[in-house]
Design a protein around this ligand. Structure first.
Ligand code: FES
Length: 199
């Protein structure tokens, strides 16, 4: 099961959290594009997610401080968008479209393959931090159903056998690489802190 938003990662990152110098420069560049700092909120949240893996309470606080916005305004925006993660996600974010076209062409079979292979249900993250599984609405590729995404990569007309093979490959790769950058125990914050001179 996925840990709560106030879980271990928030404690892991809460002291001395800072953007890396590279990300900090990117924040400055984003701020320069908008007449008001609030205009940069979503791109900065996106950047923060790339930097820290997910938007923990500490990361949201950091974004609020960088943009001079209230924490409640930042939280409200983050909560609105499902692509902004309020919980740690696995290294591989598997999204299976279960909307009509994909459903009619076997999306349920793909969900079953993932549940059996990963041992988690849609909406959950594997305990090893490798996989987050979601059943999602239309991925805008209905003519190539059934469709799924892993991270930002699309897969079209996927058969259960092909999906099983893909998951096996990802499991093998994930064992080599370890969990997501945002997973508790991963070194994302340590790395960011070190780059920022805080660790
Ligand atoms: S219904 Fe699945 S991509 Fe549109």
């Amino acid at each position: 099961m996925a840990p709560s938003i106030g879980g271990a990662m928030a404690e892991f990152c809460s002291d001395g959290l800072a953007f890396s110098p590279t990300a900090k420069a990117r924040v400055a560049e984003l701020l320069g594009r908008y007449p008001r700092k609030q205009g940069a909120l979503i791109p900065v949240l996106w950047l923060a997610q790339e930097e820290f893996g997910w938007l923990s309470p500490a990361v949201l606080d950091l974004v609020a401080a960088e943009l001079g916005l209230s924490k409640s305004a930042v939280l409200a925006t983050a909560m609105f968008y499902t692509m902004l993660y309020k919980q740690p996600h696995g290294r591989y974010h598997v999204q299976i479209c279960t909307n009509v076209s994909c459903y009619l062409l076997g999306a349920d079979d793909l969900v079953r393959v993932a549940v059996d292979a990963l041992g988690i249900q849609p909406g959950e993250t594997s305990e090893d931090g490798l996989f987050t599984l979601e059943a999602v609405q239309c991925l805008c590729a209905c003519e190539r159903a059934p469709t799924l995404q892993v991270n930002k990569k699309d897969y079209f007309r996927v058969t259960p056998a092909q999906f099983q093979q893909l998951l096996t490959q990802l499991q093998e790769e994930g064992l080599r690489l370890g969990p997501s950058v945002g997973w508790p125990g991963a070194d994302n914050c340590q790395g960011a802190l070190a780059e920022a001179g805080h660790a």
